[in-house]
Ligand binder design. Structure first.
Ligand code: PDD
Length: 290
């Protein structure tokens, strides 16, 4: 994860046109550019089939509604397939990035009226297979984000700052701790296993309601695993049996090392048995649905 070299997608959809990435421009007065005033979504695509689309679209609409951006995400549905076809990814593993900003208007702190939202969408290839063989080393730091982390805002300063701190130390993720409790990662949800019970932070304003997180919670039910939506204290991480990250880009990735204040507070050799069970079940679910 740490040294991923990415290239720009060749083609992007911007406000009704399909354009080469280096020909796609927005105004400097776009409120996304100027104020980070927008919502985004990332959808995984397996074999050319978008996965868990309904959950992603519902969350996207909920985010736009929460910040009063008048846009119907159903308008995007035909574009999902089109962007995969136009990008020659209709048979591949990929991700679709979508962002809707409030649009172009003179800079004000209040929401301007009668502004047309700006829409950006593109597909890009990513490696989704083999996540079950990856082992992540992570760190813990203070969660300094705003109090509406449930809204997938494009303003990600605190997230990118946290992730960069991990990246600088060649770590895969930074787990965020608010008032002593782990909320989630900079771009992933996090689960812990202790005494055969699976723990993850409850939904609410302090985490993003991860779509992969929800799939994993449902898989726990299918597998008869005990699950508690309860936060784990940063100080307790040293006593857990297993840790794993979930998310569109990491799916279910085992954590084998955790650093807190410069000390390694958790270490295992491999993914734990419950993590492995969930990974196998997840692979089965994806195969059945895509
Ligand atoms: N990140 N928590 C945060 C803060 C996230 O940004 C993400 C996703 C998740 C996992 O959510 P999901 O399972 O729905 O992908 C949890 C995306 C992929 C990103 O920012 O690129």
């Amino acid at each position: 994860m740490a040294s991923l070299k990415k290239s720009f997608p060749e083609l992007v959809y911007l406000n009704g046109d399909w354009l080469a990435h280096d020909k796609a421009f927005v105004s400097v007065f776009d409120r996304g550019y100027m104020l980070g005033d927008g919502i985004y979504e990332v959808i995984p695509v397996y074999n050319g089939q978008p996965f868990a689309v309904e959950g992603h679209m519902l969350r996207f609409q909920a985010g736009l509604d929460a910040v009063g951006i008048g846009f119907d995400v159903d308008d995007l549905r035909p574009l999902l397939r089109q962007c995969l076809e136009r990008s020659s990814l209709h048979g591949s593993d990929a991700a679709i990035y979508i962002q809707v900003t409030r649009g172009v208007a003179p800079r004000t702190h209040f929401f301007p009226e009668d502004v047309k939202p700006s829409v950006l969408l593109y597909a890009y290839p990513i490696t989704l297979r083999g996540f079950e063989n990856k082992l992540a080393s992570v760190m813990i730091s203070e969660d300094i984000r705003w109090h509406r982390c449930d809204i997938k805002s494009i303003s990600l300063m605190a997230n990118v700052r946290a992730n960069n701190e991990a990246h600088r130390q060649s770590l895969a993720e930074n787990l965020l701790s608010r008032e002593g409790y782990i909320t989630e990662g900079s771009h992933t949800s996090v689960f812990f296993v202790k005494n055969n019970t699976v723990y993850t932070h409850p939904e609410g304003h302090h985490i993003l309601p991860g779509i992969t997180r929800r799939v994993v919670i449902d898989l726990c039910g299918d597998l008869g695993l005990k699950l508690k939506e309860e936060a784990v204290q940063s100080d307790e991480v040293r006593n857990v049996d297993e840790i794993f990250l979930t998310g569109t880009t990491v799916q279910i990735t085992a954590v084998t090392s955790v650093h807190l204040d410069g000390n390694e507070v958790f270490r295992t050799q491999d993914a734990g048995p419950i993590t492995k069970m969930l990974q196998t079940a997840f692979i089965g679910k994806v195969a059945a649905e895509t």
